[in-house]
Write a protein that binds this ligand. Structure first.
Ligand code: AMP
Ligand code: MG
Length: 493
């Protein structure tokens, strides 16, 4: 395996390794394992650019070797990170079983970005897994994470996908791939659970101090830094989940190892988007109890945050009782933080302007009507903001929806605003397109069968989701009811 090429592939490398300053139990040194025949599939040039990386002079073969892990960038020090987590409520030791962190790229604005290869081979944390990823699932992560970014929602990003030329054995034999993931960091709730459970208070404190320095430096001088840090994470999560609810995003596997301390959406396994509105919508094949259903996401975030609080207890206060009292109060503050974010978000989607007491009811009545009439969540807001002709959307002519619409128009046109003005204000909050599940599956199937062009096109469209363009109508289509009924997503990694 050629690890160090004669001259580096790409320009602008500036890798740091701050994570390796943590005690060594937090990671294992682990180089990516070379693949047979790397082939470039996707490269995110604007993202590379923002990281200060320039691949213009590199040929495709070289780039494929780089993003497959066959050649390492200069000064990389690859590691697999250790973490634990509650998966569907059960505590387990985990860790990067098929990913390695190459380092943290310092961007021109001096911010640090984790560069991680996912699907890069076995690590000490692989348990029974093969360390590999399928092309379809890595293309899915690329597409959805970039769509989330386009929607304005904090998310890990995707820099590249390469095919490995190697088979991956799942229920069926599939093509293998490696994704390059870019994140503010890969520190998870589960990283803290791991430290608290196995490494003792001193190591736990080292992790917290590191995390504060990296993500929440303003709380470093606080009289109760652990509590202040925890409250920051609570705020970030409240903001994030409200944003998911804005666009109908269902994460699908909100285990504590898949919740980022930096507040980014992370781990696009069985995620999907709501079409016809229903709070109990769930698509993931393994979520048989609906634990991670659309409307449950705020509750699950609260549950996950309580795991984080438990892990932080010894750092919150030296007196255990006091620590528990303070932690409980902070955990429960999530409900208020979330409610504030949610109401603000819905207010923006509906153009409500200054808050009124009756707004809560107006919002919940809308959701009841949508769910009863099985109306599309995204379309409903486009209809309200005048971007859909009513003939195209006969469901919105139903008397129950029309009654609600009358109430809403009366509510928004007060304060001297015209309906057109209100609609104009709503547009930045209501996407014209979301990555519809049926379209995502269609382009992924085409891509793994050799035609990548439809995926490129969908990617382009979902990266600019507020763009009002009549030619995008096909991307606004909803799936047939039968399709939706049978749709399941798989962790199918
Ligand atoms: P996820 O469900 O993707 O969040 O993964 C949960 C855990 O399983 C993480 O520790 C992953 O690293 C690990 N894992 C998932 N797929 C594989 C695989 N193919 N080989 C090894 N470990 C894996
Ligand atoms: Mg995960």
């Amino acid at each position: 395996m050629e690890i160090m090429p004669k001259s580096p592939i790409g320009k602008g490398w500036n890798l740091r390794h701050t994570y390796t300053s943590l005690p060594e139990k937090f990671f294992a040194n682990q180089k990516p394992q070379s693949v047979a025949d790397p082939g470039m599939v996707l490269l995110n040039e604007p993202l590379a650019d923002s990281l200060g990386l320039d691949f213009e002079d590199s040929d495709e073969k070289q780039l494929a070797r780089l993003f497959a892990g066959n050649s390492l960038p200069p000064d990389s020090m690859a590691i697999a990170q250790a973490y634990a987590g509650h998966q569907f409520g059960n505590f387990t030791m985990l860790g990067d079983g098929r990913a390695v962190l190459l380092g943290e790229q310092e961007a021109p604005d001096e911010t640090l970005w984790d560069l991680q290869l996912k699907g890069s081979g076995r690590t000490p944390f692989s348990r029974r897994g093969d360390g590999r990823a399928t092309l379809k699932s890595m293309l899915r992560e690329f597409l959805i994470s970039e769509a989330m970014h386009g929607l304005g929602i904090p998310s890990t990003r995707s820099l590249a996908v390469v095919s490995t030329g190697e088979p991956v054995y799942r229920e069926r034999v599939q093509a293998g791939a490696v994704l390059t993931r870019v994140a503010k960091s890969h520190i998870r709730v589960g990283t803290f659970e791991y430290a608290a459970q196995y490494l003792g208070t001193e190591n736990l404190k080292a992790l917290m101090d590191y995390t504060i320095k990296r993500h929440y430096p303003h709380v470093a001088g606080d009289a109760f830094p652990a509590l202040a840090f925890f409250k920051e994470v609570v705020n970030q999560q409240a903001a994030l989940i409200a944003q998911w609810m804005r666009v109908g995003f269902i994460h699908g596997v909100m285990n504590t190892d898949n919740m980022s301390i930096a507040g980014e959406t992370i781990d696009y396994g069985p995620c999907a988007f709501v079409n016809a509105y229903h709070s109990e919508t769930v698509f993931s094949s393994i979520d048989t109890q609906g634990r991670y259903a659309f409307g449950n996401q705020p509750k699950v975030a609260l549950w996950n945050l309580s795991c984080l609080a438990s892990s932080l207890l010894p750092l919150i206060h030296e007196n255990k009782e006091t620590a528990i009292t303070l932690a409980k109060e902070a955990v429960y503050s999530f409900t208020d933080r979330y409610q504030e974010r949610y109401e603000q978000m819905m207010g923006e989607k509906l153009g409500l302007g200054a808050k009124r007491e009756t707004d809560r009811e107006l919002i919940s009545d809308l959701l009841d009507v949508l769910s009863e009439l099985k109306l599309d969540y995204t379309h409903a807001f486009l209809f309200l903001q005048g971007d859909f002709e009513s003939e195209e959307q006969s469901g919105f002519l139903h008397p129950k929806f029309q009654d609600w619409w009358m109430r809403w128009t009366k509510r928004v046109v007060t304060d001297g605003r015209s309906l057109e003005q209100v609609q104009q204000l709503m547009r930045p909050y209501n996407p014209q397109v979301i990555p519809r599940n049926h379209l995502v599956e269609e382009v992924l199937d085409q891509a793994v069968n050799g035609d990548i062009r439809p995926l490129y096109r969908l990617l382009e469209v979902v990266q600019n989701p507020y763009n009002l363009d009549r030619s995008l109508r096909p991307y606004q289509s909803v799936p047939a009811a039968e399709w939706e009924m049978g749709y399941q997503t798989f962790c199918g990694t």
